[in-house]
Design a protein around this ligand. Structure first.
Ligand code: IPT
Length: 951
């Protein structure tokens, strides 16, 4: 058999140097980042011959920055598939059409490097490459998100210009192991450097810094020995010594205390930032420093809308700060090791990390896992090599509390090799893997998208058995539980976070999880008219793609927090502020180690949303896990609806946020709404008795209300099969027709009865709208809706739709805000008075869909230049809600439904207002459980009383 070319050979190149820890060293280093000469060929064979020779003339070549993806610089185009390989499954072979980039640059190597060993280091190249120095081939590598080093001493000429040439292939055997749900993008996308490795230097270093029972321990392993110094702790020891460290402060995500540690050999000095902490699974719980941890985590892909995975230090810092500011304490590096600097930031700012290996063979699921490399011994070295390169690089980070073998690669013996490598080399960290049916290659029980009901069973250790081996099943059942992915944050949502968090807080075994995912991977691009938008699968001409499934993060592509992130931050807040049944305030400290001394508790009292009093609570010390009850600092004074709001804010600057940053908040109602409306002014009113709708109210030309039972489907509504959205479309909820049953004058008012139903269906809704003049001016609308006929499945909403003049472009409301809220995403909405332009009420989901609803609205005013319309919910006698859901936009739900990108939404000449009587939750059915029963909406009678007056 002809040998496989290197790019189709899964076996690691033996010329790759043994992997070692990423460290900061005083040994000389030359960065090779910057502009390289670049040429692109369609196939491997057509890449320019002899390009690695110093004499080759690259004068006609273009330039490409390193690090970067070539697809984002005009060579080829990005392509998105979720699980499907974008090439035939033919391992380890890849298509002949294999975009191949040739890179060249020179580097002046100082004469002083003569006599030193010289190493060429790549932090990440996607997906396979060969490297040459001065025409000598020095090695090849696969493993896109893993470092590789080659000894180039023989090839380099110190004191001269040296030519470095790299040939990069888009597809390789390694591509079969890198089927992560993300863009296929290639090139040298992380740093490259030339290193002088001094004789007698620090070949590697492994810091073991533990913390148990209040005492620290330290041992630093350095091949060949070294001095180990921690000046702050007075430590001056030899490598390999076991040192007891008294008086040390432990490291945790909440208090990420680090110490400078220096390793010194005759040839080199290496500086590390070390945290003392012990990770252990004991009594079925995952503990850090002996304490159970609750992971309030996210899955983080490396992403930037212009740079792809070639992220900068600032991008990484932005992520870490945004996470810390939203109460996140953990990251799973889905699904590959991050740029090494990211882990330094996690050490520094405090985030627990599940460091995941660069492995996913998900595409084999489409052929019944036939030929999956995970169980093929020919790929065993490749699997172990990947694990080894990750563990060796990242082993000194306090933040890394678990190793993860990879994602969605089914099961097989090559996982065993990875698992054993990690355990043998590093007994100090548990190993995580989700996708093995019986949980064999994992020390924790990990699942993705388990429903709340199943999570509850798991929390009780009463879940059904998995696999056939009772011993293995018992071990799995004894293990702590994490949701390595949950709460799919695609589009509007995720709904149901609160219910998960309650389980994490009530079952010790449920130690939290990682929301899928951190950021939408939308690539900034432009349409034919030059309008900017974030592209997703299919926007770059891919023949096979998975659409906007790549946009499922808590951040929009430009890192603007989505409503989902605000909701998550609220649900996982580390301090809970609530009222007690006997009229007091309870403050619960949900931190794991921190007391509340770093927070100040500011309170306000607001009547009808207007602040009337403010102050600060005087809090006694509240230890981690403790709580305190206090008298309320104020009571209601007037007869308006009154709320006490308490905000926990940082007392002083923290590294991750300034003083005053809000960490948590709570609200307690001090007085309910009075049963009478405020003083009102009316204005002209006109009713179209043929259509049964108002044409004028409060001197404003209007059209409505008409019953609306539809919303532009969300990503969660439109899962691929049997979706709620399909059912609504089949029934015709998006095209209700209205028949005025009768219009009667009654008791000084008018009663309009209208039957609203879709064509071809015999079920419908009968609405009875009673219009009456309000004492003092304005109009009272008392509307009751009753379903008729057979309504089986859920419906998205029951609302009243109006169109209004476009000039009513400001909205002020009293109710839930400031952000959008749906029945299962309304924790982040507080009761208050808010103002926004109509445009700012919209949430720009990468794929347009229902959005921007404000919940629990008592009243709203839509105003323009010359006044406007006020809509106020009034109490009914039978206890119906005195609030409504509010959406105001410049386009219809049909426009929203038809749009593929926000730029497709063009403001019309009317403002569209929907006043919801009821609305369905959003759930997470795009990947995970649907709307929970308590947030579901079925056709049922509803009633709402509204006062319509001039604003
Ligand atoms: C799960 C993947 O692990 C993750 O990478 C992402 O694709 C997510 O789904 C959906 O966005 S796997 C799925 C089959 C549950």
């Amino acid at each position: 058999m002809t040998p496989l070319p290197y790019h189709e050979d899964p076996r690691p190149d033996p010329r790759m140097l043994a992997p070692r820890a990423a460290v900061r060293s005083n040994a000389p280093r030359l960065s090779l980042n910057g502009h390289w000469r670049f040429d692109m060929a369609e196939t491997v064979a057509e890449a320019p011959a002899g390009f690695a020779d110093p004499g080759y003339d690259d004068g006609g070549w273009a330039e490409l920055p390193v690090p970067a993806h070539w697809q984002l610089h005009g060579y080829g185009r990005p392509a998105y598939t979720n699980t499907r390989y974008p090439f035939p499954i033919d391992p380890p072979r890849v298509p002949t059409e294999n975009p191949t980039g040739s890179y060249r640059r020179t580097v002046a190597v100082p004469a002083e490097w003569a006599g030193e060993r010289i190493v060429l280091r790549f932090e990440g190249v996607d997906s396979c490459f060969a490297a040459w120095v001065n025409g000598h081939e020095v090695g090849t590598a696969q493993g896109s998100r893993l470092p590789s080093e080659f000894d180039v001493t023989e090839a380099v000429r110190p004191g001269a210009e040296n030519l470095v040439a790299v040939r990069v292939h888009q597809w390789s055997a390694g591509s079969y192991l890198e089927d992560q749900d993300m863009w296929w993008m290639s090139g040298i996308f992380r740093d490259v450097a030339l290193l002088a490795r001094p004789a007698g230097g620090v070949a590697d270093v492994f810091v073991h810094a533990g913390y148990e029972d209040g005492v620290g321990s330290l041992r630093v392993d350095v091949p060949g020995g070294a001095r180990v110094l921690v000046p702050e702790l007075g430590i001056d020891a030899a490598a390999g010594d076991d040192v007891r460290v008294d008086g040390v402060q432990p490291w945790s995500a909440e208090v990420p205390r680090l110490y400078d540690l220096r390793v010194v050999t005759p040839g080199e000095r290496v500086d590390l930032r070390v945290g003392f902490r012990t990770v252990r699974i004991s009594d079925g719980l995952l503990t850090v420093n002996g304490e159970r941890v609750l992971l309030r985590g996210v899955n983080r892909h490396e992403f930037h809308p212009d740079r792809g995975r070639a992220v900068t230090g600032q991008d990484m810092l932005d992520d870490v700060l945004l996470m810390k500011r939203h109460n996140i304490n953990a990251v799973r590096t889905s699904h590959y090791p991050p740029h090494p600097h990211f882990l330094e930031l996690c050490d520094e700012y405090g985030l627990y990390v599940v460091d995941e290996c660069d492995l996913e063979t998900h595409g084999f699921v489409h052929v019944g896992w036939r030929g999956n490399p995970t169980d093929d011994p020919a790929w065993g070295d490749a699997y172990e090599d990947r694990m080894r390169r990750m563990v060796e690089r990242d082993k000194n980070h306090a933040c890394v509390i678990m190793w993860s073998l990879g994602n969605e690669s089914w099961t097989g013996r090559n996982l065993e090799r990875m698992y054993r490598y990690a355990h043998d080399r590093d007994p100090g960290r548990p190993v995580h893997y989700e996708h093995c049916p019986d949980g064999r290659w994992s020390d924790v029980y990990s699942r993705m998208y388990a429903s709340q009901a199943e999570t509850d069973l798991i929390g009780r250790r009463e879940e059904p058995a998995r696999g056939v081996d009772p011993v293995q099943d018992a071990a799995r059942r004894a293990a702590p539980f994490v949701l390595c992915e949950y709460a799919h944050a695609m589009g509007n949502g995720p709904g149901g976070l609160t219910e998960y968090q309650e389980l994490f807080e009530s079952h010790p075994r449920c130690q939290g999880g990682f929301v899928w995912e951190w950021i939408d991977h939308g690539i900034r691009t432009r349409d034919g008219e030059g309008r900017e938008f974030f592209g997703y699968g299919g926007d770059f001409g891919e023949e096979l793609h998975d659409g906007n499934f790549v946009a499922d993060g808590l951040l929009f592509p430009d890192r603007t927090p989505s409503p989902g992130l605000h909701e998550f931050a609220k649900v996982i807040e580390p301090v809970r502020i609530t009222g007690t049944p006997d009229g007091r305030l309870r403050i619960t400290n949900l931190h794991e180690v921190r007391d509340l001394a770093h927070l100040r508790f500011r309170w306000t009292v607001a009547e009808d949303g207007i602040e009337v009093e403010a102050g600060e609570l005087d809090l006694p010390a509240v230890a981690a896990g403790g709580s305190v009850e206090l008298d309320r600092p104020a009571e209601a004074g007037g007869d308006a609806e009154t709320w006490l709001t308490v905000r926990a804010v940082l007392a002083a600057d923290e590294p991750w946020a300034p003083a005053g940053h809000e960490v948590a908040w709570g609200q307690v109602q001090l007085a309910a709404r009075p049963r009478t409306a405020a003083a009102l002014t009316g204005g002209a009113v006109a009713l179209d008795r043929v259509r049964g709708v108002l044409t004028e109210v409060a001197d404003i030309p209007v059209d409505g209300p008409r019953l609306d039972a539809w919303r532009a489907p969300t990503d969660n509504d439109r899962i691929p099969h049997d979706s709620a959205a399909d059912a609504w479309r089949t029934i015709g909820l998006h095209r209700l027709r209205h028949r005025v049953v009768d219009v009667r004058d009654e008791d000084g008012g008018v009663v309009v009865r209208t039957r609203s139903a879709p064509a071809a269906l015999d079920a419908g809704f009968l609405s009875t709208m009673r219009w009456a003049p309000l004492a003092g001016g304005g109009l009272l609308l008392d509307v009751s809706v009753r379903p008729e006929g057979d309504w089986t499945g859920p419906i998205p909403r029951l609302g009243l739709a109006w169109s209004l003049p476009a000039e009513l472009d400001r909205v002020t409301w009293y109710g839930g805000g400031p952000g959008e809220a749906y029945p299962d995403t309304r924790r982040a909405a507080r009761i208050g008075r808010f103002t926004s332009s109509v445009d700012d009420l919209q949430t720009p989901y990468v794929m347009p869909q229902e959005n921007g609803r404000r919940a629990g609205v008592r009243w709203a005013e839509l105003t323009g230049r010359g006044g406007g319309l006020r809509i106020e919910a009034l109490p009914t006698d039978d206890g119906d809600p005195e609030t409504f859901g509010l959406t105001v936009r410049r386009w219809t739900s049909a426009d929203l439904d038809a749009a593929l990108h926000p730029v497709d939404l063009v403001p019309g000449d009317r403002v569209r207002l929907t006043v919801d009587m009821a609305h369905r939750g959003v759930g997470t059915a795009s990947c995970g459980p649907d709307v929970l029963p308590q947030h579901e909406l079925h056709a049922a009678p509803a009633r709402l009383r509204l006062a319509l007056t001039r604003a």
